[in-house]
Design a protein around this ligand. Structure first.
Ligand code: PEP
Length: 250
């Protein structure tokens, strides 16, 4: 059975105390051990978050990293720095990185290659814009974005990947994809992996959904057969909402 994954992406929110408070609240709660809960605080709070969550099942994930190991890249963070504070997973390809910070498929590919080659796990985000969907180009765009990892990864490297379908029009807008729209894309992605590799591998890859997940829509979205959890932005900043989203997959 595929693992279930819920990730809270806190983006550029929560200072040191707010981060600690949210984590301490989460630590008091329980859920089934099959559910992998991860949180992604800002860079400056990663180390403290890691310390607070030590010996807990909650994993700390970075929101970004550079593709080079080190060098003259002012303001950037390398995989080595992340690993030195026990951070072994990173979100790559988030739509805010693609649009606001102009990350293209080439940059995203380089980041993924660096992460995987250095034994990091990657939450790889992809998804179409509203224009793409209105022009009926969403499958084409998603397929292009996924070609960054399709064919080039070894079968073992797929164990280090979680795919996150995040339609851009649903991120932070309050308009979520319907469970049917999300399921349709997840099924398409799984089928694409099956064609490029094989069905067994395709069935082993967690594909999670992100985009205005809230306590009132998560249960129905998670009930779909190819949706293995969620990447939660806004709602993960509230302990009550985040915990209720975790419980909705329980
Ligand atoms: C995200 O940024 O990954 C996200 C899904 O945000 P939100 O839940 O706020 O739409």
């Amino acid at each position: 059975m595929r693992k279930k994954v819920i990730i809270g992406n806190w983006k550029m929110n929560n200072d040191k105390k707010e981060t600690a408070d949210l984590l301490l609240s989460l630590l008091k709660e329980t859920w089934k051990k099959e559910i992998n809960v991860k949180v992604s605080p800002s860079f400056v709070n990663l180390e403290n978050a890691e310390k607070i969550l030590k010996n807990s099942p909650i994993e700390v994930v970075a929101q970004n990293m550079h593709y080079e190991n080190e060098g003259a890249y002012t303001g950037e963070i390398s995989y080595k720095m992340l690993k030195s504070i026990n951070i072994n997973s990173v979100i790559i390809g988030h739509s805010e990185r693609r649009t606001i910070f102009s990350e293209n498929d080439d940059i995203i590919k380089r980041k993924i290659v660096t992460a995987l080659n250095n034994k990091m796990h990657v939450i790889f985000c992809f998804g179409e814009s509203s224009e793409n969907r209105n022009e009926n180009k969403h499958y084409e765009i998603i397929s292009e974005q996924l070609d960054v990892v399709m064919h080039s990864l070894t079968k073992n490297q797929w164990n280090q990947i979680i795919l996150a379908y995040e339609p851009v029009w649903a991120i932070g807008t309050g308009v979520n994809a319907t469970p049917e729209q999300a399921q349709e894309i997840h099924k398409y992605v799984r089928n694409k992996i099956a064609i490029a590799y094989n069905k067994n591998l395709a069935n082993s890859v967690p594909i999670i959904y992100g985009g205005s997940l809230k306590p009132n829509n998560s249960k129905e979205i998670f009930s779909k057969p190819d949706i293995d959890g969620g990447l939660v932005g806004g709602a993960s900043l509230s302990f009550k909402d985040f915990y209720s989203i975790i419980k909705s997959i329980d």
